[in-house]
Design a protein around this ligand. Structure first.
Ligand code: NAP
Length: 282
């Protein structure tokens, strides 16, 4: 395969950083982005990445300006929509502003960045868009309402996007990740900022304990995860010669979540078929 030039959001840590290092190691070029001061990306620059400041919550007009300046120095072949964070809390307690902040980054940030690059992909009739979903977009868990809502929304949007853009030569893929060992579950990183209702005190405590127990013990290895995702884009390694699925779960925990959901959904279809069909006009 010819050398590709990637654009990755959220490269200051975790999967984004692993993406950049692995893309370079596999012989491709990459524009690594992070919000704010890009001196945080100096180690990636030294490794060979171009570094650019990009906050995915910026207005579309601003992201388009960033995209245009990146494209001045050459075409982009792959966009990885990676930036994201967890806004946690009980669904009733989380404020409208907190929900909006979570959507601004995890959902609208993805849409804006994709919209900024799409004209370029349409023009060259090729391009690959990677979306980072979550097991939280397969099944919800207590305390994860805002985050899961964004990842479910992302999946719905992606399903439409994929069908709308395939005929333009644009490929896309949603990876649904289980728990991977990054700083995402670090208490200094996720947001848990609404606790006002007594009845949720106990469950809030349990959710925090769960996140704490996960931090540093997540089963997923970010390096192995990004290797698979890059294989899919480059159609090599585990993806070589195979028909690719529309979405791929990554991590054994995500596999269990998806299996359980699939079995439950199939059972509902089978056991309730008469009721479900019964609402049609005769
Ligand atoms: N790790 C997991 O278990 C897991 C599971 C499922 C899905 N994911 C998804 O994987 C993606 C990467 O997360 P991660 O696990 O690598 O966590 P991470 O280490 O916390 O990295 C998240 C990255 O997103 C960046 N970011 C946050 N808001 C941003 C914004 N407005 N503009 C630009 N960048 C922004 C962060 O930058 P700052 O340093 O500036 O905050 C950071 O670089 C996220 O979409 C996450 O939802 C992760």
């Amino acid at each position: 395969m010819t050398q590709l030039r990637w654009l990755v959001t959220g490269c200051s840590s975790g999967l984004g950083k692993a993406f950049v290092r692995t893309i370079l190691a596999r012989g491709d070029k990459v524009v690594a982005t992070a919000r704010g001061d890009i001196s945080r990306l100096s180690s990636l620059k030294e490794a060979g990445a171009e570094t650019v400041s990009l906050d995915v919550t910026a207005p579309l007009s601003e992201i388009k300006v960033v995209a245009a300046s990146i494209l001045e120095s050459g075409p982009i072949d792959v966009l990885v929509n990676n930036a994201g964070y967890i806004e946690a809390g009980m669904s009733e307690e989380v404020s409208y502003d907190q929900y909006m902040a979570q959507f601004e980054t995890n959902f609208f940030g993805v849409i804006r960045t994709t919209q900024a690059i799409l004209p370029h992909f349409r023009e060259k009739k090729s391009g690959f868009v990677v979306f980072i979903g979550s097991s939280g977009g397969i099944a919800g868990e207590p305390g994860a309402g805002p985050y899961c809502a964004t990842k479910f929304a992302l999946k719905g949007w992606y399903d439409c996007f994929k069908k709308e853009t395939a005929h333009l030569g644009i490929k896309s893929m949603l990876f649904e990740l289980g728990f991977f060992r990054t700083k995402i579950d670090d208490p200094n990183n996720y947001k848990f900022r609404s606790e006002s209702i007594d009845e949720y005190k106990e469950i809030n405590k349990l959710v925090k304990q769960f996140l704490q127990s996960m931090d540093g013990n997540q089963p997923g290895d970010p390096q192995k995860g990004v290797e698979v995702m890059i294989d899919f884009v480059r159609e090599e390694g585990v993806a070589k010669g195979r028909v690719l699925p529309e979405r791929l779960p990554l991590g054994s925990d995500c596999l269990s979540t998806l299996r359980k959901r699939a079995v439950e959904d199939l059972n509902t279809c089978n056991e309730w078929e008469d009721v479900i069909r019964g609402t049609d006009y005769k």
